[in-house]
Design a protein around this ligand. Sequence first.
Ligand code: PEP
Length: 247
Amino acid sequence: MTQQARARLVLGNWKMHGSLAENELLLAALRAADTNSSSQIGVCVPFPYLAQAAQALQGSAVSWGAQDVSAHEKGAYTGEVSAAMLKDFACRWVLAGHSERRAYHGETDQTVADKARAALQSGLTPVVCVGETLNEHEAGQTLAVIRRQLTPVLALGADAVARMVLAYEPIWAIGSGRSATPEQAQDVHAAIRAELAALGTPQVQVLYGGSVKAANAASLFAMADIDGALVGGAALVAEEFLRIAAA
Ligand code: PEP
């Protein structure tokens, strides 16, 4: 399937940034975004600000979501937030397995797949993040790492995977100012696309994440298997984020 057949998606990951006052300005600027942008646009905000995002973005071209979800449906899991709770706030997206969750919260490849499944069961679209460390990158292990991370996710089956978004985020590129080159990213995206094609789900959107800015977005989006971006730091500046979406 050609890239043209897959919609472009640009998602912002606010991480642990924001306040009610700061968000108000950012959300208002996003709300005013051109609805004719060539990209679908969404923001993944901290849990406490979901209600604010829902209220500010309702009826606009910008969708919203969360940055994590519990793998459990409900119960004695203090501090966790279920997929059904996210659905209550009309979330469309939820990140699963962001590298910061994997690194600082011990999320395993299987946990990430369990979270993706929980999200799907509540009608959310999980954005499953994969990516290698700098050491793995330099040791030539990138594709082996990505395949290992994807294995339990793809094992959820074609029907499930067809309703997901994947994001390739090399850890060495996240927040570092050093994006993968378009060619480096394309090589990995092509390998992910081959895995998806083997499962019968080649149409799944695969985003690139890692120091995406307005200045490098167009060259990344020009690659055949890059369907958009997951954007961290640059998503906190409305003008920059919208320029990425328009790239
Ligand atoms: C991210 O947090 O997913 C990310 C890609 O961050 P940044 O764009 O800041 O590298």
